[in-house]
Design a protein around this ligand. Sequence first.
Ligand SMILES: [Zn+2]
Length: 211
Amino acid sequence: MEVKPKKCRYSKCDKKFIPFRSTDPTCPNDTCRRGFEAERKKQKELKAKSYNKRKEQIANMATSHLKDTLQLRINRISKLLDRGHPCMGTGKDDYTTTAGHFFSIGAYPELRYHLMNIFNQDADDNSKNGGRGNKNYEGRLVSTFGLPVYESILALKRKIKSLHISGSELKDACRIAHQIIRKLESENKMYTTSERIEKRLEFNQLLGIYK
Ligand SMILES: [Zn+2]
């Protein structure tokens, strides 16, 4: 059988050659053989690199989605515990309920899931008074829960300096938060002032984010 000439696959060679075996990719000389091998190795490395990068991107996306989900669930727990109570910022009884962080998520991201840092707040007041909570919020924490509770909230920023939470810990916390929500929704009641604090402490423990 006649052997057809093949084009050498080394990029810097444009010759045709008669292959010894039909699978030979290059001319039978070291320059072409080694050159082609080096090129192939480099290509494989690039492919692996872009694959790993994509994998990392997907993992990051999943983590950021879990973080958002957990925040929504923690906020929901806070809202259910404060149901029927006035806005912590303004004292209004009739208001659009949002979960207002005393220490803001922007300035204190490590406290974003801490139930002792979140209370019902009017939507307007919440958006106006970003940052470290406003004076009314602070004053109302004291008048509602008493000085010791207020001081324990104030101490959070000193005690908790960072938040390291893995993907699987996030998943666990999301699942537990969901169970807490189901329980609170089925109880369907207005909690007393002391229950609002007791349950926050209890749920913080259950969630296991702040050990
Ligand atoms: Zn060649």
